[in-house]
Design a protein around this ligand. Structure first.
Ligand SMILES: Cc1ncc(COP(=O)(O)O)c(C=O)c1O
Length: 351
């Protein structure tokens, strides 16, 4: 705190990201990174881009990167917006599309950055309870609103909503923007990008941090009709004209083009997830159905905070939220086969 701070800054309650520990040899299952490295073609593209050309600014419109994303989804380049990680893209979305009279709506258990953006941009919001089984029920989002946002699959639950439910929501909610945050969609869900051409108020936000193993590169994107994209560009160009640097751009283009590596690593994460779920269930955990690269599990007898502390002692970190209704759950990212085995054998000694 300093007397130089504005009153607004004093009152901010910023997002706290998952720990990035400095200690070596930790098994890091706490921030939903991909256990496999990026495609070798991505590493090669970064090497090629690490040249004298770095003295130049990158393309402010990131046209080639947007084209590569558009080609992957078979959608026009002018339907694609890119930014420095999807957190930045989401920030622009809140600023550009959610600052209206009516409160926006999102699930009570959801990505904990959403209320932080609301505070930053002074947007009022109402949270909507999940069902008894932690599912999002789109029929609960029928109030007048300034926008709707939720992750699909939801975070931190991992629960997936079917495309038909999203379409039902869009058919009913036509007067505000509906944002689907698909950070984890590639691990078993069906993207709603296919609905973008039909619904002018639909915006999809995705990231290369998870399924494309590029959390360190910070590349996020949004897909929607050009009118929505234009709003994001207006905010971006009032904030930072060059959010995606030359190396990130080269990496992102190569990542979108290497479909074989993408499919192979996503499938490997899904196969490992199935093994982790079975192993946890055998140890007496209840595991919510997950379509993400993490699982959300609570033990029938042993306290979640105790388990997290016990794992940490053995060099394994997972995420524990102290929020009501989920304080007995642990969010566990899917690791490599070796890491997952280590997790299960340490858990065996703790529960
Ligand atoms: C639901 C959700 N959306 C967005 C993000 C942000 O991803 P990034 O900023 O790395 O693109 C995360 C990160 O964990 C997330 O869980």
């Amino acid at each position: 705190m300093s007397r130089f701070w504005s009153g607004f800054v004093k009152d901010l309650d910023p997002y706290v990201p998952g720990e990035q520990p400095k200690l070596a040899n930790l098994t890091k299952l706490n921030t939903n990174e991909n256990p496999y490295g990026p495609s070798p073609k991505v590493i090669e593209a970064i090497r090629m881009a690490a040249s004298d050309r770095l003295r130049l600014y990158p393309d402010p419109t990131s046209t080639e990167l947007r084209q590569a994303i558009g080609d992957f989804y078979q959608i026009d380049t002018d339907c694609v917006f890119v930014g420095n990680g999807s957190d930045e893209v989401l920030g622009h979305v809140f600023n550009a599309l959610f600052r209206h009279e009516a409160p926006i709506l999102f699930p009570e258990i959801s990505y904990s950055f959403y209320p932080v953006y609301c505070q930053l941009y002074q947007i009022s919001y109402n949270t909507v309870p999940l069902s008894d089984t932690f599912a999002i029920n789109v029929d609960d989002y029928s109030n007048v609103n300034g926008g709707i946002i939720f992750p699909n699959p939801n975070a931190p639950t991992g629960c997936l909503l079917a495309l038909a439910d999203i379409e039902r929501l869009l058919q009913r909610n036509t007067d505000s923007v509906v944002v689907i945050d698909e950070a984890y969609i590639d691990f078993g869900g069906e993207s709603a990008v296919s609905l973008v051409k039909t619904y002018p108020n639909l915006l999809i936000v995705q990231t290369m941090s998870k399924s494309r193993s590029l959390a360190g590169m910070r590349i996020g994107y949004a897909i929607g009709q050009p009118d929505l994209i234009e709003a994001l560009i207006r905010v971006k160009d009032s904030f930072n004209s060059y959010p995606v640097d030359s190396l990130a751009s080269a990496a992102g283009i190569a990542a979108m083009k290497d479909k074989a590596y993408f499919n192979e690593t996503c499938q490997a994460v899904i196969d490992e997830r199935n093994k982790v779920v079975a192993g946890l269930q055998e140890l007496g955990f209840d595991v919510l159905p997950s379509a993400a690269n993490f699982v959300f599990a609570s033990h029938k007898q042993v306290d979640a905070a105790k388990i997290a502390a016990g794992l940490r002692k053995e060099g394994i970190i997972v995420r524990h939220f102290t929020k009501p209704r989920i304080d007995q759950f642990l969010r566990i990212s899917i690791g490599t086969a070796g890491e997952n085995q280590q997790l299960l054998s340490v858990l065996d000694t703790l529960v």
